[in-house]
Design a protein around this ligand. Structure first.
Ligand SMILES: *Cc1c(COP(=O)(O)O)cnc(C)c1O
Length: 391
């Protein structure tokens, strides 16, 4: 049988971050002493009261279909969160609960983009954005940035990239993979251009709560009613509540877009898991006191890793202001990021994601969502690997 794969599906390559994480976990299972810097998820456990709420819902038989865009209680809790944290007023009908933030991104891109459209994406980018844009038949327009500008696009760059075909600008602050964070003025300047040009912004704010050194996260939707109308916020429970496996994300959009996404979702996944949604309600409405504890721990690891990386001859690393990643420059070694990371895993049993996965071959991504002891061990090994390369 000659299985014919659709052109769109055949053009995809599987997520490299998930692949590297799987390889590291497999090596560990075989008894190898691997240090994993590949993970894109918190190493903390989901807070107990959230688990309890889901377990209670399961025990009570809350196991049937829910409305495809989420239970009213959760959509209200999300609307309350936007009011409380961002000063944004959404009706529950503008909120869609999805099977993870990734699914929310997919829904937004599918509902707004088609053949002939262009989507502006700053690089380094979260690796799924361009693939999703291509699946929708639209064209990713990549704006390159570097560590020289802390991986931020300038208003001039954005303006020059916008054409009459531009549908969407994807903003991800704090950023995966770089950890960079736009400040209030920078976000406003980018938002102003999108408003002026009539371009929608998909603002992926999943790392909102993970910012350091007193820095603030600002939503681009919050500057004016016009900014609000041009913005779709993508968010989720995965990062701030360590709920990656629960598959629970959400978005907030202008009414017509929310309606279109509701229709798409009603014919594809239907609702996110019923009892997981009850956990989501507990997460958003319940105590948030795990966050300062986690943040203090992340901040400690980030400082250590940032300093240790910069002490390795040939490596330079700007400090991150958010998320749980560092994105050191390894270009002085003259290897592609793929070769660098493959040899590092092979020779020193350290798993990290090559920058090329995020559109930036001069770098690698280090996740510090792992213990300080692991970070110390892994970066010592990286230092040894780099010293050998320099010989
Ligand atoms: C983790 C992540 C998401 C969403 O992850 P889910 O597990 O699907 O909720 C979205 N955007 C970015 C940039 C992420 O790193």
């Amino acid at each position: 049988m000659n299985y014919k794969i659709s052109q769109k599906a055949a053009s995809l390559s599987p997520s490299l971050t998930l692949a590297i994480d799987a390889k590291a976990k497999q090596m560990k299972a075989e008894g190898q002493d691997v240090v994993g810097f590949g993970a894109g998820e918190p190493d903390f456990d989901t807070p107990q009261h959230i688990k309890d709420a889901a377990a209670a819902a399961l025990a009570a038989g809350f196991t049937k279909y829910t409305p495809s865009s989420g239970i009213p209680e959760l959509r209200q809790a999300i609307a309350d969160k936007f009011k409380r944290d961002n000063g944004l007023t959404y009706k529950p009908s503008q909120i869609i609960v999805s099977c993870g933030g990734k699914h929310s991104c997919f829904n937004v891109i599918f509902a707004t983009c088609q053949e002939g459209d262009e989507v502006v994406i700053p690089s380094p980018y979260w690796l799924s954005y361009p693939e999703m844009v291509k699946l929708a038949g639209a064209k990713p327009v990549i704006l390159a940035t570097s560590d020289q500008t802390e991986f931020k696009v300038t208003p001039g760059q954005l303006r020059a990239a916008i054409t009459p075909r531009t549908r969407l600008f994807i903003l991800n602050s704090p950023s995966n993979p770089t950890g960079s964070l736009y400040n209030r003025d920078e976000i406003k300047a980018l938002g102003d251009i999108c408003v002026e040009k009539g371009v929608l912004i998909m603002s992926d704010e999943i790392y909102e709560k993970l910012v350091y050194d007193g820095a603030e996260h600002v939503s681009v939707a919050s500057f004016s009613p016009a900014h609000f109308e041009h913005t779709i916020i993508v968010h989720g429970l995965a990062k701030a509540y360590a709920m990656t496996g629960w598959r629970l994300g959400y978005l907030a959009a202008p009414e017509p877009i929310a309606k279109a996404i509701d229709a798409i979702q009603s014919h594809s996944t239907s609702n996110a898991t019923s009892f997981a949604q009850k956990g989501g309600v507990a997460a958003l409405n319940g105590p948030q006191d795990h966050l300062p504890v986690w943040l203090a721990e992340y901040a400690k690891r980030r400082s250590f890793a940032h300093q240790r990386l910069n002490r390795i001859p040939g490596v330079s690393c700007v400090n991150a202001k958010g998320a749980f990643y560092l994105f050191p420059n390894i270009s002085s070694f003259g290897l592609s990021s793929t070769d660098f990371c493959a040899q590092l895993l092979e020779q020193e049993k350290v798993a990290a994601v090559p920058g090329i996965a995020f559109g930036a071959d001069q770098y690698m991504r280090i996740s510090y969502a792992t213990s300080l002891a692991n970070i110390e061990k892994g970066l010592d090994r990286l230092a040894k690997f780099c010293a050998n390369l320099k010989k």
